[in-house]
Design a protein around this ligand. Structure first.
Ligand code: GN1
Ligand code: MG
Length: 368
């Protein structure tokens, strides 16, 4: 039986938004939640909002999730106010639900949230300008700085062990053993690639255990398309997709930004010969990120920046491989081999980073 269509009008009505509903559009971005733009007419003035269905299969406690997100956005808004910046465009503003709280649960159990649409911005899935990527680095550096004094005891862990590479590796081994999709024979090469790099999975975990890397409030999903860039200035003005804001390492955020943004190809490029690490883009990001984050970082964090790019790419690759072996139960996919294609781009990028690691280290030192 086909799924019942969502009652977008009825759901929007739960948030007491200004004006009359005139329509909506689905936004196809992100592998986890479903997102729509809502259009309203407020006495001749057009207003837009973003409506999102929270993937509660993954974020199982929407109450805690929204408490994190509202806390963090209000904290950033306070910082923006203090420094005289535009408080409407520099962080998201969530709309309370009429019933109270910041999400609405519909009769089928779907959980929805709404935030104000920010106009005159663009997002990027692939970057061709070093300047814009440098601005992305500044934006994520500023995000980290703005949250440096946020009380992390207020934050709930929305997904446990999210960037714990030892536990991600264990998940892969479980998926290999279970072979639920029956696809193991298709991916022997990828599995070997993953298993050979097992020692890497311990590096950051060990440093955390030894107390050599500080836990900070981090974003944990610093894909380039989670930044809104201003149409006129090309500056990264607002960080979105805050579901995974939790205590973590600055290295997770740096590494994941490079994984996605400094790749010369898309995350799901089918022709892996197009995948490589652009050293030019790597340098641009390092320059931007360190210009805002340098003073806050310890020597140990700085030392592991290049390695973190490789590790976060590897982690993402093994997550796609795990999901492929499990039968595509986690990430949204558009065709049967989508997760395998994504895994292959990540591993091709890891291999290229391994070749370029000395250069990455050299570039990073220039800006430390
Ligand atoms: C997911 O939702 P989206 O597309 O921003 C995933 C990230 C992965 C990313 C890979 C909660 O992010 O961890 O790095 O896909 N988010 C979650 O593209 O698992
Ligand atoms: Mg996300």
């Amino acid at each position: 039986m086909a799924n019942k269509p969502f009652d977008i009008v009825g759901i929007s009505d739960q948030f007491g938004l200004k004006g009359d509903f005139t329509g909506y559009e689905k936004i196809n971005n992100g592998h986890i939640n479903s997102t729509f733009t809502l259009f309203f007419d407020d006495n001749g003035k057009s207003r837009k909002y973003v409506l999102q269905r929270i993937n509660t299969g993954i974020f199982t406690d929407p109450e805690k999730l929204m408490s994190n997100i509202v806390g963090v956005t209000e904290h950033i808004r306070g910082k923006m106010r203090e420094s005289g910046k535009d408080t409407k465009r520099t962080t998201l503003r969530f709309r309370p639900c009429k019933e109270g709280g910041y999400y609405f649960k519909d009769e089928s159990g779907n959980c929805w949230r709404v935030y104000d649409y920010i106009d005159d911005v663009y997002t990027c899935n692939i970057i061709d300008s070093a300047e814009v990527f440098c601005n992305a680095g500044i934006a994520f550096g500023d995000f980290q700085n703005n949250l440096a004094d946020y009380d992390s005891t207020q934050l709930h862990e929305t997904i446990e062990n999210f960037h714990n590479t030892v536990s991600r590796f264990a998940d892969l081994n479980k998926a290999i053993l279970e072979n639920r999709s029956g696809r193991l024979n298709n991916v022997r090469e990828e599995v070997d690639f993953a298993l050979e790099r097992e020692p890497d999975t311990h590096v950051l975990v060990d440093l955390i255990e030894k107390g050599e890397l500080p836990l900070r409030v981090t974003h944990n999903d610093t894909k380039l398309n989670n930044i809104l860039f201003d149409n006129t200035s090309n500056k990264g003005i607002c960080i979105i997709d805050l579901d995974t804001v939790m205590p973590g390492l600055s290295l997770y955020d740096f590494g994941d930004s490079i994984r996605f943004g400094a790749n010369t190809a898309a995350e799901d490029e089918q022709d892996v010969s197009k995948v490589s690490l652009s050293l030019e883009l790597y340098e641009a990001y390092v320059k931007g990120y360190l210009s805002s984050a340098k003073d806050a970082l310890t020597d140990c964090e700085k030392e592991y920046l290049p390695f973190s790019a490789k590790l976060m790419t590897y982690e993402c690759g093994i997550r796609f491989l795990t999901d492929y072996l499990n039968g595509d139960t986690y990430f949204k996919t558009e065709y049967p081999e989508h997760n395998l294609v994504r895994c292959r781009t990540q591993f091709a990028l890891v291999a290229d980073m391994e070749k370029k690691m000395d250069k990455m280290v050299e570039i990073t030192k220039k800006y430390c």
